[in-house]
Design a protein. Structure first.
Length: 220
């Protein structure tokens, strides 16, 4: 019975064998001594004889970034290992900006709850005009401005009880800073000093001690 013949490719015995030299060195010392050590390693490797550039490699491990790598000679440094650089600190978070409204736009300032009364006569006949009265009293604090406006409205403006709209009108006429709710100071002075009375919803008047406190305000 005939057997199948197997053919094997002939090997190229004429190809010269490759040669690899492995050298491991460990140095310890200062920067200058380390540099000299690297130079000695380069010279020693170069003395081994010429080798193909692709097969010759010098592996250097640096343990300190201050130590200089050996200069390129007969051997080429193609692999280097260095310590990982320190991680950069995370960027600082920006300060949170004011929350926008539901539609993404900045919220608008709150509109005042009270409005200007164009038919409120601030210069009635036979009585001091509001601007003259306020200039004579010249109130300096916010509470005193509310007391003076309330006193004139109640005793000279002919409105008793009055509303926050009357006070808003007086403040606008004098170019004083208004508040979103012109009755909030009245509620505070009613609670802390009993200067105001609130006979019905939205209606206000000065009490007896409130009128006295307003009359005591004089120009300084």
């Amino acid at each position: 019975m005939a057997r199948d013949k197997k053919f094997f490719p002939a090997t190229n015995d004429t190809q010269p064998p490759e040669e690899m030299t492995v050298v491991v060195f460990k140095f310890k010392g200062g920067s200058e001594s380390m540099q000299k050590g690297f130079e000695a390693v380069n010279n020693a490797i170069a003395s081994l004889g010429p080798a193909h550039a692709n097969h010759q490699r010098t592996i250097v491990q640096r343990t300190s970034p201050q130590v200089a790598l050996p200069t390129e000679g007969n051997g080429k440094i193609i692999d280097t290992e260095t310590e990982d650089p320190p991680e950069a600190p995370p960027p600082e978070e920006e300060a949170a900006s004011p929350e926008p409204s539901d539609d993404g736009k900045p919220k608008k300032p709150l509109a005042p709850k009270q409005s200007f009364l164009s038919d409120f006569n601030l210069s009635p006949a036979g009585t001091p005009a509001w601007k003259d009265f306020a200039a004579e009293k010249a109130p300096q604090t916010e509470n005193n401005k509310f007391l003076i406006a309330s006193l004139w409205t109640q005793t000279h403006g002919g409105v008793d009880p009055f509303t926050g709209n009357h006070l808003f009108t007086c403040f606008r006429a004098m170019d004083w800073k208004t508040q979103v709710d012109m009755t909030q100071p009245l509620r505070a002075m009613k609670s802390k000093k009993s200067y105001y009375d609130n006979p019905s919803h939205g209606k206000w008047r000065l009490t007896g001690i409130g009128i006295e406190a307003a009359n005591d305000i004089v120009k300084k």
